[in-house]
Ligand binder design. Structure first.
Ligand SMILES: Cc1cc2nc3c(=O)[nH]c(=O)nc-3n(C[C@H](O)[C@H](O)[C@H](O)COP(=O)(O)OP(=O)(O)OC[C@H]3O[C@@H](n4cnc5c(N)ncnc54)[C@H](O)[C@@H]3O)c2cc1C
Length: 427
C-alpha cells in the first residue's frame, strides 16, 4: 500500500523535523492501543504514559495528518456550543462540571509546551470579534456566564479598543481572552509525539486500524500486524470512516479551508494585528485568522458539508480575507489547503465507552484544539477508574442526523444556508 504524505500546507512546509515512524509489523501487546495520532490520541497517550500505562499509537498516515496538523492554530477555549445551551440540555451538576472544564484545555497545552519544551510559536491572546450589536450582546452575556464558572480573565473590547488589536473596520467590539492564543498546530502535534516516545510510548505511522476484534481482550488489526490491548481509545475523528459504525451515524465529516499569504513584512503585519492576537468573528459560518511567526496571514473560513475537497480554495477564501482586509488586495497566496472536522447535531463532543474497554472522543464540531487536549486527560482519568468528568461528557445526548448517512449532507447544508443567510442579514 502506498504511503500517505502530509497535505501541501504551510504547516508541512515549515514543520520541525518529521521523522517517519515505522509501520506496525507483527503482533504486539500493550495496555492501551490508541487509534489516531491527532491531539485527542496524542493527549490521551501522554496522560496515560505519565500515569504508568504502556501505550501503542496507530496512525493511518503521519502524526498530525488530520485536523490537528492543518487547523487555524487558534487556542479557542470552551466548546462549540455556548454554556447556556449546555445548561438547558443537562442537569446542574453536569453543567457545573462542563463549565469548570471549559478553559482547561488551553492550560494543558501550555503545560505540555513548557514541560516538553515544544517549539510551536505559542502566543497568548485570542479575540472574538462582533460584527453587529446582536453579536456584542451575545459576547456580553457569554462573559457573565463564564464568570459564573470562575473564568474571570475575559475582557470586553469596545469599538475603540478593538481597533487597537485588529485593523478591520467591520467590527463594533469584541471579547479578549488572554488564556486563548495561537500555535503552529503541526509542530505542537509533532512535539507531543516526541514527548510520547520520550516516555516509552510507541507510535506506528502508515498503520491504519482496519478492524477491531471486540471482547475481554480486544485486538486491533492493521494490514501487516495486530495490537492486543487491555483498552482501546478511538481517536480518528473525521478521518475514522466506518471503523466503528455506532459512531458514524451520529456525526458527519465536514471540510473547512485555510489560505496563507506570502510573508507580509513586519510593518504591514503589525498594522493588521498590532498585538499578534488571533481573531475569529461571531458569525455561525465564521472567519478566523492570525499571523505566523514569519509574518504571513493565515485565514480560514467556510464549511463544506460532507467533506468534499473544493476545487479552488483560494477562490473561496481570498474574497473573505479581502472583505476583512482590503489592504491585502495585491498580496500573493502561497498556500491553500482543506481539512476535515467532525460535526455532531448538538455541536457538542461525542464521548463514551463501547463495552468495558473501548473508549472514544470525537466530534467537537469546529473548536477542538483545546477540547481535544482536555479529552485526553478525561479519557486517561476514566481508564484509571475516575470517571466523573468523563461521564459529564459521556452523558451528553446525541442524535442521528436527519436523513441518515445518505441525506444528512444536503440537510446540514440547508441548515447552514439558513444560518449563513442570518449572518449576512445580521440577525
Ligand atoms: C482546517 C481546519 C481549521 C481548524 N481550525 C481550528 C482552530 O483554529 N481552533 C480550534 O480550536 N479548532 C480548529 N479546528 C478543529 C481542530 O483542528 C480539531 O477539532 C482537532 O484537531 C481534532 O483533533 P483529533 O485528534 O480529534 O482529530 P484529527 O486531528 O483529525 O486526528 C485524527 C487522526 O486519526 C487518524 N486516523 C483516522 N482513522 C484511523 C484509523 N482507522 N487508524 C489509524 N489512524 C486513523 C487520522 O489519520 C488522523 O491523523 C480546525 C479544523 C480544521 C480541519
Amino acid at each position: 500500500m502506498a504511503n500517505t504524505p502530509y497535505p501541501q500546507s504551510y504547516y508541512a512546509a515549515s514543520a520541525s523535523a518529521v521523522p517517519p515512524r515505522p509501520k506496525l509489523q507483527g503482533e504486539v501487546e500493550t495496555d492501551v492501543c490508541v487509534i489516531g495520532a491527532g491531539y485527542t490520541g496524542l493527549s490521551s497517550a501522554l496522560f496515560l504514559l505519565e500515569n504508568g500505562f504502556r501505550v501503542t499509537v496507530l496512525e493511518a498516515a503521519r502524526v498530525g495528518f488530520g485536523a490537528s496538523g492543518r487547523n487555524g492554530g487558534q487556542i479557542v477555549n470552551s466548546y462549540s456550543r455556548d454554556i447556556d445551551v449546555i445548561e438547558r440540555s443537562v442537569g446542574p451538576k453536569q453543567a457545573q462540571l462542563l463549565g469548570e472544564m471549559a478553559f482547561e484545555g488551553g492550560r494543558i497545552i501550555r503545560e505540555r509546551v513548557a514541560r516538553y519544551q515544544i517549539p510551536c510559536d505559542l502566543k497568548n491572546g485570542g479575540v472574538f470579534a462582533a460584527l453587529n450589536s446582536k453579536h456584542m450582546g451575545h459576547l456580553e452575556s457569554q462573559k457573565h456566564l463564564w464568570e459564573r464558572y470562575g473564568h474571570t480573565q475575559l475582557e470586553l473590547l469596545d469599538e475603540r479598543r478593538i481597533r487597537e488589536v485588529v485593523a478591520c473596520d467591520n467590527y463594533i467590539g469584541g471579547l479578549l481572552d488572554m488564556s486563548g492564543g495561537h500555535i503552529h498546530p503541526l509542530n505542537l502535534a509533532l512535539g507531543e509525539a516526541a514527548a510520547v516516545e520520550s516516555l516509552g510510548g510507541t507510535i506506528h505511522e502508515q498503520s491504519a486500524a482496519l478492524r477491531i476484534e471486540r471482547g475481554a481482550n480486544p485486538v486491533v488489526h492493521t494490514a501487516e500486524g495486530k495490537v492486543r490491548a487491555k483498552f482501546i481509545i478511538v481517536a480518528g475523528n473525521a478521518y475514522l470512516g466506518n471503523l466503528v459504525p455506532e459512531l458514524a451515524a451520529k456525526s458527519m465529516p465536514c471540510g473547512t479551508q485555510v489560505i496563507t499569504t506570502a510573508p507580509l513584512g513586519d510593518e504591514l503585519a503589525k498594522t493588521l494585528l498590532p498585538q499578534d492576537y488571533c481573531v475569529e468573528d461571531c458569525n455561525y459560518l465564521l472567519d478566523y485568522y492570525r499571523l505566523t511567526s514569519d509574518k504571513r496571514l493565515i485565514f480560514g473560513g467556510g464549511v463544506v458539508y460532507g467533506a468534499r475537497d473544493p476545487a479552488n480554495i483560494e477562490a473561496i477564501i481570498r474574497p473573505k480575507m479581502l472583505k476583512a482586509f482590503p489592504q491585502l488586495k495585491d498580496v500573493k497566496i502561497d498556500y491553500a489547503w482543506t481539512g476535515n472536522f467532525l460535526l455532531t447535531l448538538s455541536r457538542l463532543p461525542q464521548v463514551g465507552r463501547l463495552g468495558d474497554n473501548i473508549y472514544y472522543s470525537q466530534g467537537c464540531s469546529g473548536h477542538g484544539v483545546t477540547y481535544t487536549h482536555l479529552a485526553g486527560k478525561v479519557l486517561a482519568e476514566a481508564l484509571r477508574g475516575q470517571a466523573e468528568r468523563f461521564d459529564a461528557f459521556a452523558d451528553l445526548p446525541h442524535y442521528p442526523f436527519p436523513g441518515g448517512q445518505l441525506l444528512r449532507t444536503p440537510f446540514a447544508a440547508l441548515g447552514a444556508w439558513y444560518y449563513g443567510l442570518r449572518d449576512k442579514l445580521g440577525f
